[in-house]
Structures are given as structure tokens and as C-alpha cells.
Design a binder for this molecule. Structure first.
Ligand SMILES: C[S@@+](CC[C@H](N)C(=O)[O-])C[C@H]1O[C@@H](n2cnc3c(N)ncnc32)[C@H](O)[C@@H]1O
Length: 457
């Protein structure tokens, strides 16, 4: 990777916050931490422990390939059934072939992940508290890739218009998109203002690798598996993903964590968070103080997308009306709210597309606020391992149900019926036979359904 000197001055170390350099313009380096940051197909990886983070994504990649392989085998198995109707056979064959092809596509796309070639140290990684969230898989936002670079022109154009409108009036300083996904909005903004440095940050390597390839003017072939296929041939559709033209030089992709954004303070004229604030695992009030650090006075924050806050604590699931006061407390003023209806994920192969009421909020930084503490993903008792594991109420409840579940699972021997299991539970005087039967049935329903469910990697 060659690092352009004008952008080198924007970056800071995600470990120690000191500025980064690019000796011989080959890659970014922190002299305080003595750390060279690698790159993934030209995209700098600016996370606190790059090797372990890449290792963790690599593991998810392998698990995803295994899962696809199992799905393909299952489809092949079903295809062996001679009683299948002809249309069902065609559908299953289409899917089986597509899964096999998808494995090859993903191996090709994610090949740069395999080339890191270093040994990961999981303990250091944990000590830095920078784990990739376990509910976040490589394919969590997979449909976005197809929307961005194949069939989403209408949605992409409306999104770019709305965000560009909200950026009107600010100066020509650099712009940062946090949670930029597969990069289409960043690309459109960069093409619209080629003299303005535009940085697109995300932590998902699959999305970034697609963004990197299409930005170079390349084509990525990936199969789309629509959520609600319209016709038989729509169960799996081969898509050729590409950008309208090669991206201009002012667009820079970065792999990093938005909660530890690797930049020097106050270097951006605008921060844009497209469809991010409601999915990020941090309360909006805290995250707003992080965005504040990145902007100088009068710098602008543009929030675009949904306000369906998914944070676990009810107090963090804000209503529209609460957003303005949170922004004010985080040092923002001149808050402007807009709403618009735009197409959302309207794949031509799916019945699932809809129209979505998005919000476009712009807020200008009025004053600096106290720097928030470093984002940590795991508590001390997990990371350091020398403090007592807290006997919290949820843990106690989980322990009790795990014991019962383990006992019930131990009764499954391939011979006992549900009623036989209930009889054992009654003999052990754990429950009456009637209670046991319905409790075991509920438990087995859950186990059965879990076993049928897909997991995202
Ligand atoms: C709902 S998607 C939106 C993607 C893109 N902005 C779009 O509109 O298509 C949320 C994006 O945020 C990214 N993301 C979530 N948490 C992140 C974090 N802590 N750091 C960086 N990216 C994150 C995800 O990988 C995903 O690409």
C-alpha cells in the first residue's frame, strides 16, 4: 500500500492515540507502540491488534465456508430422493450448484485474509479489549453488497442526494464515513466532490474487500441469495458487481473499529454515520461524545438511516424526540431533522424490498466535550482472569437451566421416547410426569428449532 502524505496526517494509533507515520510510504507505523499496521488488499487495517483481529475474521471465514459446504451436502442429499417433483429438483439443484460456486467466490474474494501469515496472540487481543462482536458475521450485511454495486441505483442515488444535501455549506476539509459498509455512499460522495478527501471506515473485511475491488474498477462475481425469491430462478442469482467507473483518488478505505476510530482529534470537517448509530454496541450519548472528538468547532455530523436503536438497555432505545437533547449534551447545536421515504433493499429478485422512512439529522459541533473512556468490549474478570467471575442473577439463572438441560440432553440416547424421558425425570422426583412431559416437549422443540436454524458467520 502506498500512503498519500496528505492523509497520513489524519491517522492516529488505535492503541495509544499517537500520530502514525508512513516510513518510505509503504504502510502505516506507530513508533510509540513499535507496530506496523498491515493492509488487506491495499486497505490499511488500523485496529489495536491487527493480526488477531484478522485471525478472528479468518476463523469466521472458515466457519462460513464449512457451513456453506454442509448446506451444499444437505442439498445434494435431498437431490438423491427420487420422489422429488421436477420443479423441486430444479430448485434444489440450482441452490446446490450456487452454494458450491459461492464457496469458490468467497475463497477468491477473501484470499487476502489468508495471507496475513502471522501467529495471533489471543490474550493480547483480549487485553486490548477489541474483540470483534460475536454477533457480527462476515455476511451480516451481505445484501448491502448487491444493493451497492448491482441493482440498488435508485436507493443509492437517493441516499447520496440526501446526505450531500445535509453536507451543504461546510468547508472542504476531509470527510469520514463510519460504518461505510460496502462503500457505495462513500464512493458517490467522493465522486461528487473529487477535491475533498473522503475516508470510508468499516470493520467488516468482506465488505471492504468488495469496496476495494470495485473502487479499482474491477468486477466481483458474487451470488445473491434473496430473502424472498420471486421465482424459481431467483433462489440464487449470480451478480457481477462493479462501480460505474474507477473511484477517484480522494476515496480512502480503512478497516477499523468506529468505537476506536484511528484518527487525530478534530481533523474532519464532517463525520457521516449511515445506518450506524442504532446498530453500534454503545449508547448514543456516549457515541456522540466520540464523534465530537473527531470534529473541530463548526464541524458537522450527519446521521442518516434508521433510529430503531437496538442497544440492549431500554434507556438507550431512544425515541426520535430524545435525540436532540442528547446531541446538545454531547456539544452539538444547530440540529436539523429531516425525514424522507426511500426504496430499501429492492432486489429485483426478491419480494422483500420495501420503502423506508429514513432520518437525516445534521448537527454542528458547538463545543468540545470530555473525551469518553476507551471503548472496551470485555470486562476485567474475563480478560485478566484473576478476579472472581461475578455470580450475577442472569448467570445464576443460566446455571440452573443449564444443569437441567444437561440432564435432559444426557437422557437422549437414540432409544428413549419423550415419554420415557419424562418417566426418568419423575423417578428422580424432579417433576410430576404430567409436568415433565410438557417441559421436555418445550425443551426439545427449542433444541430442534435451534438445530434447524441458520447461523451467520
Ligand atoms: C447497517 S450497516 C450499514 C452499512 C452502510 N452504511 C450502508 O448503509 O449500507 C452497519 C455497518 O456498520 C458496520 N459496523 C458496525 N459496527 C461497527 C464498528 N464498531 N466499527 C466499524 N464498523 C462497524 C458494519 O460492518 C456495517 O457495515
Amino acid at each position: 500500500m502506498t500512503v498519500d502524505a496528505t492523509i497520513e496526517s489524519l491517522f492516529a494509533c488505535p492503541r495509544c492515540d499517537k500520530g502514525l507515520t508512513s516510513p518510505a510510504q509503504t504502510g502505516l507505523h506507530c513508533s510509540a507502540c513499535q507496530l506496523d499496521f498491515p493492509s488487506l488488499d491495499g486497505v490499511p487495517v488500523l485496529v489495536a491488534d491487527p493480526i488477531t483481529t484478522l485471525g478472528e475474521w479468518r476463523q469466521r471465514h472458515h466457519m462460513l465456508l464449512e457451513k456453506l459446504g454442509r448446506e451444499q451436502q444437505r442439498l445434494d442429499g435431498e437431490l438423491g430422493d427420487r420422489s422429488l417433483s421436477e420443479p423441486a429438483r430444479r430448485r434444489l439443484k440450482l441452490l446446490a450448484d450456487a452454494k458450491a460456486e459461492h464457496i469458490v467466490e468467497l475463497k477468491t474474494l477473501l484470499r487476502p485474509l489468508e495471507l496475513t501469515g502471522y501467529q495471533a496472540n489471543y490474550e493480547t487481543y483480549l487485553a486490548l479489549r477489541t474483540r470483534v462482536p460475536s454477533d457480527h458475521g462476515l455476511t451480516t450485511y451481505y445484501p448491502n453488497v448487491h444493493r451497492d454495486w448491482c441493482w440498488g441505483d435508485d436507493e443509492n442515488r437517493r441516499s447520496a442526494e440526501l446526505v450531500s444535501g445535509a453536507l451543504h455549506g461546510i468547508d472542504d476539509g476531509p470527510r469520514l464515513l463510519l460504518g461505510a459498509g460496502a462503500g457505495r455512499l462513500a464512493y458517490d460522495l467522493a465522486c461528487g466532490e473529487t477535491s475533498i478527501r473522503t475516508i470510508a471506515l468499516d470493520f467488516n473485511p468482506m465488505l471492504l474487500l468488495v469496496a476495494a475491488a470495485v473502487s479499482r474498477g474491477g468486477t466481483v462475481t458474487l451470488t445473491e441469495f434473496p430473502i424472498a425469491p420471486k421465482r424459481l430462478q431467483d433462489f440464487a442469482v449470480t451478480r457481477e458487481l462493479h462501480a460505474p467507473s474507477r473511484a477517484p483518488d480522494n476515496l480512502q478505505l480503512v478497516m477499523a473499529d468506529a468505537l476506536r476510530a484511528p484518527f487525530r482529534p478534530q481533523v474532519f470537517s464532517a463525520v457521516i454515520t449511515p445506518w450506524l448509530i442504532d446498530v453500534i454496541p454503545e449508547s448514543f450519548d456516549q457515541f456522540a461524545t466520540r464523534v465530537n472528538q473527531l470534529l473541530p468547532k463548526s464541524g458537522r455530523w450527519v446521521i442518516f438511516g434508521s433510529l430503531a436503536f437496538g442497544q440492549p438497555r431500554p434507556r438507550d432505545q431512544l425515541a426520535f424526540e430524545e435525540v436532540e437533547s442528547v446531541l446538545a449534551a454531547a456539544g452539538f447545536a444547530n440540529v436539523n431533522f429531516d425525514e424522507a421515504e426511500i426504496p430499501y433493499m429492492c432486489s429485483p429478485a426478491s419480494r422483500h424490498g420495501r420503502r423506508e422512512q429514513v432520518v437525516i439529522i445534521r448537527a454542528d459541533k458547538a463545543k468540545s466535550v470530555k473525551k469518553p473512556p476507551r471503548a472496551i468490549s470485555l470486562p476485567d474478570w474475563i480478560v485478566k482472569g484473576d478476579a472472581p467471575v461475578p455470580l450475577s442473577e442472569p448467570f445464576q439463572m443460566q446455571a440452573a437451566s443449564t444443569r437441567i438441560h444437561a440432564f435432559l440432553m444426557s437422557l437422549i440416547d437414540g432409544k428413549r421416547s419423550l415419554r420415557d424421558m419424562a418417566a426418568v425425570v419423575e423417578q428422580q422426583q424432579l417433576m410430576s410426569a404430567a409436568e415433565a412431559e410438557s417441559a421436555i416437549r418445550s425443551f426439545l422443540i427449542k433444541m430442534y428449532e435451534d438445530s434447524q436454524r441458520e447461523t451467520t458467520y
